[in-house]
Design a protein around this ligand. Structure first.
Ligand SMILES: [Zn+2]
Length: 182
C-alpha cells in the first residue's frame, strides 16, 4: 500500500512537471527552477527521446528510407537522430526551451525575467557547443525547430536538402517520395 502511495506521488510530480513545461509562462513562474538536483533529474527525464517533434522528423526520414539511429548517447550532445555511418546528426528543438530566435513561440516569461534570460542564454550556448563538438568530429548537423512542423512542406524540403548534400542518399527514391508527400 505504501508503495502504491509513493508511486502515485511520483506520477503526480511528473504530471506537474509536464504541466509546468507545457503551461504558460505565468504557471512556470510559480515553480522554482533554480532548485534541487531532484528537479534537474526530473527535467532530464522529461527531456527524453520520442517526443512528438522527434517522431515527426523520424517519420519523414522513414519515408525517405534513410537509415538512422536514436541511441546516440556516445555522441557529443546526444543528438535526437544521427547516423554514424553517414556522419550526420539532427537536433529537434522546442522553440521555447531552446530560445528560437525571431520565433513567436520563444517567449520570455514576464516574471523572473532575468532568471529566464540567463536560462535561455545558457541553453543556447550549450546547444551551440554540442554542434561545434559534432562538427569537429566531422559530422554534418541540422537543427529542426518545433515551429517548422507547422510548415511540413518546407521541413520536408529542408531535410531533403540536408540529406542530399551528404551524398549518401538515394535521390531518385527521394523524389518519388517527395511527390508522394506533396
Ligand atoms: Zn520556432
Amino acid at each position: 500500500m505504501k508503495k502504491v502511495v509513493q508511486e502515485i506521488k511520483y506520477v503526480f510530480t511528473i504530471l506537474i512537471s509536464i504541466h509546468m513545461i507545457l503551461g504558460d509562462a505565468e504557471t512556470s513562474e510559480t515553480f522554482n527552477f533554480e532548485t534541487t538536483p531532484k528537479r534537474s533529474r526530473l527535467m532530464a527525464s522529461i527531456r527524453q527521446k520520442g517526443t512528438s517533434l522527434e517522431l515527426a522528423v523520424r517519420k519523414i526520414l522513414d519515408q525517405y528510407n534513410v537509415h538512422y539511429e536514436t541511441n546516440t548517447r556516445d555522441l557529443p550532445g546526444s543528438p535526437d537522430v544521427a547516423s554514424r555511418e553517414g556522419m550526420w546528426a539532427i537536433f529537434v528543438h522546442g522553440c521555447f526551451w531552446h530560445a528560437h530566435e525571431n520565433c513567436k513561440k520563444a517567449t520570455i516569461p514576464k516574471r523572473n525575467r532575468d532568471f529566464w534570460k540567463k536560462k535561455f542564454a545558457d541553453n543556447k550556448a550549450r546547444d551551440k557547443q554540442k554542434i561545434t563538438l559534432l562538427e569537429k568530429r566531422g559530422y554534418s548537423v541540422l537543427v529542426v525547430w518545433e515551429c517548422e512542423l507547422d510548415e511540413p512542406k518546407k521541413l520536408n524540403k529542408d531535410l531533403h536538402e540536408f540529406l542530399t548534400q551528404l551524398g549518401s542518399f538515394d535521390i531518385e527514391r527521394t523524389e518519388e517520395n517527395n511527390e508522394h508527400l506533396g
